[in-house]
Design a binder for this molecule. Structure first.
Ligand SMILES: [Fe+2]
Ligand SMILES: [Fe+2]
Length: 296
């Protein structure tokens, strides 16, 4: 269903979207044939950088043997790509609803490129999960649709959630693309994704700035505070989705649900959460959209 029209005219910066669309066209590719998919990936390799594991910095990291840590890195990587698949599904739906919807005519060309690229990303992440994990973990993300009948507010929240999701994922992509201890295919997938995401993030920030400017003209301080709180909760939810008990179980860790609870309550994980969300938090605070970062 098409999204409701934006009633307030937005001052889109058409040049930004034109430039990002041109860059996307210039970097056009198809993922079919781009990757070499080996029959299997070595089980005694790291599949995810150890510093990105959800147990890094906790007593559990010291307790587990390297073999088990590597097994965990496999299942946490499958969780990470599964998260991507579910996040992409939601954003494809929400961005598609806004193609040519009144108020979104100017970014529509860029949205077409974005949708095409996300379709490709979903395919290669799913290939990875199904070939090497034989599964995609079920979604633990909050549904993207929000409980508001105000079109501007809904659009703002949709694009804010997309940006938070993309910036968090990108932090992982950049680190894994540059980690030479990972299999070349894992590095390549993360590198290819990061290249597209840098355009998506630039566009997402522009969309968000415009939508928020529109909202500040109409909404009172209390309504804006609710949005602030909502988005900080969303940041927290994204972080929590990195802790998947099913991945712990597949890695052979006993009492997976209790382990998850303990990890989420462990203060030594806080600096990691801050590092994962630093870039998006800085942008959102700098744009006066949120008042502070993650909840303590
Ligand atoms: Fe993507
Ligand atoms: Fe993206």
């Amino acid at each position: 269903m098409e999204a409701a029209a934006i009633s307030q005219p937005l001052a889109w910066n058409a040049r930004v979207f034109d430039r990002l669309t041109q860059l996307s066209v210039r970097g056009d590719y198809t993922p079919f044939g781009l990757f070499h998919w080996p029959e299997r990936l070595p089980e005694d390799d790291w599949w995810m950088s150890p510093g990105l594991l959800s147990i890094h910095g906790t007593p559990l990291m010291d307790r587990l043997a390297e073999e088990q840590l590597k097994r965990l890195s496999k299942w946490e990587s499958i969780n990470f790509y599964s998260l991507n698949i579910h996040g992409i599904r939601e954003l494809l739906i929400e961005v598609t609803r806004r193609l040519y919807a009144r108020g979104f005519e100017i970014p529509s060309d860029f949205f077409h490129r974005f949708i095409g690229e996300e379709n490709d990303h979903m395919w290669f992440f799913a290939q990875f999960c199904l070939r090497y994990g034989t599964k995609i973990y079920p979604s633990r993300l909050m549904p993207l649709r929000s409980q508001t009948d105000d079109a501007e507010t809904e659009a703002f929240l949709v694009f804010a959630r997309i940006l938070i999701f993309e910036e968090l994922v990108d932090h992982f992509n950049v680190r894994m693309a540059n980690d030479d201890s990972l299999h070349p295919l894992i590095q390549q997938i993360n590198r290819v994704h990061h290249k597209d995401e840098s355009r998506h993030i630039a566009a997402g920030r522009e969309v968000l700035r415009q939508l928020y400017r529109g909202l500040t003209r109409r909404l009172g301080i209390e309504q804006l505070q609710l949005l602030d709180e909502y988005l900080r909760h969303y940041l927290q939810t994204m972080i929590e989705a990195l802790y998947n008990p099913l991945a712990y179980r597949d890695a052979g860790i006993a009492e997976a649900y209790r382990v998850r609870e303990r990890l989420l309550a462990d203060p030594s994980r806080r600096p990691y959460h801050e590092a994962f969300t630093r870039r998006t938090t800085r942008f959102l605070i700098g744009s006066n959209i949120i008042s502070q970062g993650l909840f303590a």
